[in-house]
Design a protein around this ligand. Structure first.
Ligand code: SF4
Length: 374
């Protein structure tokens, strides 16, 4: 049991101290490339001998410089990420990759280029029609451009190195999916905050090292008996679910997170990269294979049914939708989600979240009322 606690505390420390972690990696002789949400091809960075480092903004970050670049109605993920960049937090990185999957991200790239010229900006341009042959060809050509530039910044990327990186990442994804199941079986061992920290720490570590720690954690927890949980079990969905204030409200109310459909969590590891002769083709295919994400074009709107299925599998009592303020893709999805939850008879609640939020009393009241209802 003490080893479980020790691994959880180690990963919690990483999740809470990205700045220290960044310095440690760079001082240890590795170059780092920043990766903004939602789907940067991290395997290319890894294959170039560098460490991809997640940039998802920061809670409680006061915005001043970013206001010169963004109007107030841009999500706080990007506002706080840009503020960090303008303060020089990414100056030791070799480059920062920024996808353009939503309207706010489209502006982010140009703002970053103008405001943080000292750090190279690498645009990651995904096709909207990602499943068509033309979309796939376009994405392969974009990934080839990135491969070339990352190979110049780091070391040249051979097919073998890229295949090796894909293997390391697929292994990480498998272990993280196992962790999500383990945490659902053992809410008495892994609290909502600890679950979040285990997942978040993966953004700031070498994936091979993170895999080893989480694999060990899965093994240790798996050896413990499954005991009844007398609290409530929920699925969370949204862009982020890492607010320590909100997660401690869950814990205070005896609520365990037994699964998620969160962009910064399971959406990062639920789809493997297919192993193909040309590894770039595999990377492009993975993007086509992803389902149920608000920022990806999905005319069939599969997300609601996917969450319903997950809720049934994990025996969840309800779903908590964590809606990031000013996130259009998530707002557009909400009516479809609500309809799917209601049709399946699954209780749900919507809570607005924001990186700038300091007062959680409204959220606390909503969570308490939801728990009572469950
Ligand atoms: S998807 Fe939503 S949260 Fe993410 S960058 Fe775009 S607007 Fe912000």
């Amino acid at each position: 049991m003490s080893e479980i606690k020790s691994i959880l505390s180690q990963l919690d420390c990483v999740a809470k101290n990205p700045r220290r972690q960044l310095d440690m990696i760079i001082d240890g002789g590795k170059n780092v490339v920043g990766c903004l949400p939602v789907y940067c091809p991290e395997e290319l960075v890894y294959a170039a001998g560098m460490i991809p480092f997640g940039i998802w903004g920061a809670d409680g970050k006061e915005l001043s410089k970013a206001k010169l670049y963004f109007p107030a109605f841009i999500c706080s993920v990007l506002q706080s990420a840009l503020e960090l960049g303008l303060e020089g937090a990414f100056d030791r990185m070799k480059a920062v990759m920024i996808p353009v999957l939503c309207d706010s991200l489209k502006c982010m790239g140009q703002n970053f280029k103008a405001g943080v010229p000292q750090v190279e900006f690498l645009p990651v341009i995904h096709p909207q029609n990602r499943k068509t042959e033309a979309g796939q060809e376009f994405l392969r050509s974009q990934y080839m451009k990135l491969r070339k530039r990352l190979g110049e910044i780091g070391t040249p990327i051979s097919d073998e190195k890229l295949a090796e990186a894909i293997n390391i990442y697929n292994n990480h994804r498998r272990v993280m999916r196992e962790f999500s199941e383990t945490a659902a079986k053992h809410p008495e061992l892994i609290s909502a905050s600890e679950r979040s920290a285990v997942i978040k720490s993966g953004f700031f570590m070498d994936k091979a090292e993170h895999t080893k720690l989480v694999e060990r954690l899965n093994l240790l927890c798996g050896a413990e008996p499954v005991v009844p949980w007398d609290g409530k079990r929920v699925i969370v969905t949204g862009i982020l679910a890492d607010s320590s204030s909100l997660l401690s409200i869950f814990e205070k109310n005896g609520i365990a997170v037994v699964g998620d459909d969160v962009a910064a969590e399971s959406r990062q590891f639920r789809t493997d990269v297919p192993v193909t002769k040309d590894p770039i083709e595999g990377l492009a295919r993975q993007f086509a294979d992803m389902e149920g994400c608000s920022v990806l074009f999905d005319p069939e709107k599969k997300r609601g049914d996917m969450i319903v299925k997950l809720a049934k599998e994990r025996k969840a009592d309800g779903v908590i939708v964590l809606l990031t303020k000013f996130c259009d893709p998530e707002e557009f999805d909400y009516p479809f989600l609500k309809r799917a939850f209601d049709a399946a008879g699954i209780p749900s609640i919507l809570i607005e979240v924001d990186r700038q939020m300091v007062n959680y009393s409204q959220a606390e009241t909503a969570v308490e009322a939801f728990r009572e209802m469950l």
